[in-house]
Design a protein around this ligand. Structure first.
Ligand SMILES: [Zn+2]
Ligand SMILES: [Zn+2]
Length: 110
């Protein structure tokens, strides 16, 4: 008998990343689709999440920045990195600027 199930692991609930589009700000108007975009509306980083359809709506308004939603966006202490078009936790070593930084000079004690 052949195993037809790919070993994709357990089910992970991604429900916390839902589109926050809600005209009139009521439960009934909530979009509820899976969000794919992270939008910063203001310099105070008032952020929203949008699905593809509502990113198209958001394009009609002014916003500060946006990037594709990634798991890092929801990490505690994550910061918005405009240059890199993503959120990341400072000091986690995965930032491009850190990865490409000059290596520390090696000091030899003879
Ligand atoms: Zn939506
Ligand atoms: Zn983000």
């Amino acid at each position: 008998m052949t195993d037809i199930n790919a070993p994709l692991g357990r089910l992970v609930d991604g429900s916390e990343h839902r589109c926050t589009y809600s005209p009139g700000d009521t439960d009934a108007a909530d979009c509820g689709q899976r969000a794919t975009w992270h939008i910063a509306w203001t310099v105070e980083l008032d952020c929203g999440l949008a699905c593809e359809a509502h990113m198209a709506v958001a394009l009609r308004f002014s916003y500060l920045d946006r990037h594709p939603l990634s798991p890092d966006c929801a990490m505690p202490n994550a910061r918005w990195y405009f240059d890199e078009q993503r959120c990341a936790v400072p000091g986690d070593g995965s930032l491009l600027t850190e990865a490409t930084a000059e290596p520390e000079p090696v000091v030899r004690l003879l």
